[in-house]
Design a protein around this ligand. Structure first.
Ligand code: GAL
Length: 831
């Protein structure tokens, strides 16, 4: 080969590389399109079973295992929102570090070989602070959120483009070889569009057109948006979406299948049964759905101040298939896994086959899918009380109430959504083994108090004080504090002389508040506090105080517990003290302070001094002999990292309300003293009938959140520092560090099937119960007869192992002497 040929070959190679780089060509680039039936990847219609995992609600160290467990659970995609206010907390100052590393999260999904769905929003709702909007948007002139408003659209465009560019640069869209097969613009705008009039409609169209210009090479979705333009896939959100019909030529997609529900401070624990969730999923596929996403698959934790609401708890467990800590929530995870693998095994036929539905009346139905001579069948019973027998193609089938049976050969039922054959796991929080012999964790506590802000002189003469701003009016807390803290001091003073009509020993301090929590100090003394317990975020505070001649100071501390995240114009909801604020004399004469000069101070003094940080040397010392039930106290201790891998939690029982930091990491707000009321819980949850967030509640009369997750990556190898800011008053000596472990597992299997049990990495130490006989299926009670070998056979098979599998048969257990037509095996083991 002569030099000229070599050179030209080199040139061609270089040109190809350049060309590939310019057009982002990648060997793995996938073509994502869709037709009326399904999403198509490289021309093939696909079933997508996806689950939401929000990256900031866990840690990068947790992501690989969460995503792996999602894959093992039968998902082929992970969905996440993008959280604008987390990434751009201050105007044009961005943060993509730590658990905000969106690209790293997407790469973990890619490494697991899963698809990704990126719901950019950037309005997300999500029980996230302010629905994901940065509060600084309010300081831009002429700003109106989520409508045809130039200022808003400009900012939305700026952030969305930034995200798309980042993702493109990392080649993460499927069109570039990445995992992302769909992207979302806005979120459930159709639910509120009516309140925005014509401008709402124009905004929605603008969103669609703008999204199109971003040229991401994969389709865009708009959820809950029935009048989305044809270029957008409109999708359904809810507990059930089988009756949803998308716009023409759009496949039937379910972006939010609510796997449970979220929890409020003072709320109870919601539970959506595995049976009902599986029923909803199976029905969706029976009626032609081809993509569904669990919202949430892993809910996780609202660290720091990320919880919205107001009043969303720090835990965002959601009763999702993976619990807050990333453990399998069994039997939900396993029952769905079986369903997923069955649905995926029928992918071709469900996406290409001809579907024939038949309605039998009485909420009974069948659907037959047929493709190239192969058939799969579904039998549905949406009756919420009774099992029903259906005569299907000459054979009779009994279908439990509120269930779907799947017959992959149209003859044999291999899965029924109401028959759970997966183990039930009982998870417990307990002291780690090394601490268990002591009753408490023996933490040594130190304390110091938080400074109470109040004016020492008349407000007219005071200032300018450090960190204090002034206004001759009461300001909305969002605008005054810019969401940099939960805490905002409103301070004023009032000069009283003997001629003053309200002068007397006593006055009533009256504060009309659009508050969540209010603490009131008069002349430096705490005179009372009030907080919302009924979901109405405004109240009137009235309390008597001693007036004095001369300058009296009034300091009001308004505390937010997450900003509203949902509803038409939710961004405009009032926050803080908007008045009137008055002093009322016993003779009813009053002094209105609403238009006084007010001094504003944002945040806690202790945070300014960085008390939560470990390495800062504090001039003033922390003291021993901690006080109890005292407001505005900082507590500090050190604790040892529990051995092993089990997730770590703090049991904060005994505390009032505040914030906790471990080694400087803000693990979120705590409020264990907020107890859920006694009514509305069930000891047995009936899976039958439509689920809502208030069905199947537990935890009545108990602390709405007692345990707080400390991800292992926040912990040091040995010693850790825990700092608390206690706002209401409590007793830190009850606090302990615990781990979340599996206590026991139980399972059932009909004769002829095998029973599987696993202690998820722990060893089975004991068999609590075993019976192969005629006991009631699903219960842990012996029937009138059973095989006498039951216990010894199970012990032999399981003890000392992490998992075991036992055939439920007379071959394994020996004769049971039961005549029952259908015997079953029931086992409970201790982990
Ligand atoms: C939906 C919303 C989600 C989440 C969900 C409830 O309306 O799109 O972001 O808030 O409700 O958990």
């Amino acid at each position: 080969m002569n030099t000229t040929t070599m050179c030209s070959l080199k040139f061609i190679a270089l040109a190809l590389i350049l060309c590939a780089a310019t057009f982002n060509l990648s060997a793995d680039a996938a073509d994502v399109s869709y037709d009326a039936r399904a999403l198509k990847i490289d021309g093939q219609r696909r079933i997508i079973i996806s689950g939401s995992i929000h990256y900031p609600r866990s840690t990068p160290e947790m992501w690989p295992s969460l995503i792996k467990k999602a894959k093992e659970g039968g998902l082929n995609a992970i969905e996440t929102y993008v959280f604008w206010n987390a990434h751009e907390p201050l105007y044009r100052q961005y943060d993509f570090s730590g658990n905000l590393d969106l690209l790293r999260f997407l790469k973990v999904i890619q490494d697991e070989g899963l698809y990704a769905i990126l719901r950019i929003g950037p309005y997300v709702c999500a029980e996230w602070n302010y629905g994901g909007f940065p509060v600084w948007l309010n300081s831009i002139p002429d700003m109106t959120f989520r409508t045809e408003n130039d200022a808003f659209m400009y900012q939305m465009k700026n952030f969305t483009t930034l995200i798309v560019d980042k993702v493109k640069e990392a080649n993460l869209f499927a069109s570039e070889g990445g995992p992302i097969i769909l992207a979302q613009i806005e979120n459930e705008y159709g639910n509120v569009i009516g309140s925005y009039g014509n401008d709402g409609k124009s905004y929605m169209n603008w969103c669609a057109n703008f999204a199109e210009t971003l040229d991401i090479g994969v389709p865009w979705i708009m959820c809950q948006e029935s009048d989305a333009p044809p270029s957008m896939i409109n999708t359904c959100n809810g507990w059930y979406c089988d009756q949803f019909s998308p716009n023409s030529n759009i496949p039937k997609m379910w972006t939010e299948n609510w796997s449970g529900w979220y929890k409020n401070w003072g709320g109870k624990d919601p539970h959506r049964t595995a049976e009902d969730l599986a029923f909803a999923v199976a029905r969706f596929f029976q009626y032609g759905g081809t993509l569904q996403n669990y919202y949430m698959y892993h809910g996780g934790t609202n660290f720091g101040r990320t919880a919205g609401g107001p009043y969303i708890t720090t835990s965002y467990d959601y009763d999702a298939p993976l619990d807050e800590y990333g453990n399998l929530n069994q039997p939900k995870w396993g029952h769905l896994k079986k369903l997923h693998s069955l649905i995926m095994s029928m992918e071709k036929i469900l996406t290409y086959g001809k579907a024939t539905n038949k309605d039998y009346g009485g909420m009974m139905s069948s659907t037959v899918f047929e493709y190239n001579g192969t058939r799969v069948c579904f039998l549905g019973n949406a009756n919420n009380r009774d099992a029903k027998t259906i005569n299907f193609e000459g054979k009779s089938y009994t279908t439990p109430a509120w269930s779907v049976s799947i017959l992959p050969d149209c003859v044999n039922v291999v899965y029924n959504t109401a028959e759970v054959n997966t183990q039930k796991s009982v998870m417990v929080k307990k002291l780690p083994l090394e601490a268990a012999p002591k009753r408490h964790y023996d933490l040594e506590w130190l304390w110091r108090s938080e400074h109470i802000e109040h004016l020492k002189t008349s407000v007219e003469n005071s200032g300018p004080l450090k960190g204090v701003t002034y206004a001759n009016q009461l300001l909305d807390q969002k605008l005054a504090a810019n969401d940099t803290s939960d805490y905002l001091w409103y301070m004023t003073s009032v000069d009283i002389n003997e001629d003053d009509p309200i002068w007397g020993e006593e006055v009533t301090v009256s504060v009309q508040c659009d508050c969540q929590i209010l603490h009131v100090f008069f002349n430096g003394k705490h005179i009372g506090s009030k907080w919302v317990t009924n979901g109405q975020y405004n109240f009137l505070f009235e309390r008597n105080a001693k007036l004095k001649l001369g300058t009296n100071s009034l300091s009001l501390l308004s505390v937010t517990v997450g900003l509203q995240n949902y509803g038409a114009h939710f961004d405009k909801a009032n926050n803080g003290i908007l008045g009137p604020v008055k002093l009322v004399a016993p003779n009813s004469l009053e002094k209105d302070l609403t238009s006084n000069k007010w001094a504003y101070k944002v945040g806690l003094n202790g945070l300014e001094r960085r008390l939560q940080e470990v390495d800062i040397k504090h001039k003033r010392k922390w003291h021993p002999n901690v006080p109890f039930d005292r407001m505005f106290v900082w507590y500090k201790t050190t604790f040892k990292t529990p051995k092993g891998e089990d997730p770590v939690v703090l049991d904060l029982w005994g505390l009032g309300k505040g914030t906790a930091w471990v080694n400087g990491h803000d693990i979120g707000r705590y409020w264990p003293s907020f107890v859920a009321d006694d009514n509305g819980c069930v000891s047995f949850c009936d899976y039958r009938g439509a689920y809502t967030g208030s069905k199947c509640l537990t935890n009545c009369g108990k602390s709405s959140q007692r345990w707080y997750h400390v991800p292992r990556s926040f912990l040091n190898d040995e010693d850790n520092t825990l700092v608390l800011f206690e706002e209401f008053g409590g007793n830190p000596t009850f606090i302990s560090v615990q781990t979340v472990t599996m206590k026991s597992a139980s399972a059932h299997a009909y004769e002829g099937n095998s029973l599987e049990l696993s202690c998820q990495g722990r060893v089975i130490s004991k068999v609590n119960f075993a019976s192969f006989g005629n006991g009631t299926y699903g219960s842990l009670h012996k029937g009138s007869c059973h095989s006498p070998n039951s216990l010894s056979v199970v012990k032999q098979a399981c003890i000392g192992k992490e998992s075991c599998s036992i055939d439920a048969s007379e071959q394994t257990f020996g004769p049971s002497s039961c005549d029952a037509p259908m015997k079953s095996l029931a086992v409970e083991v201790q982990c």
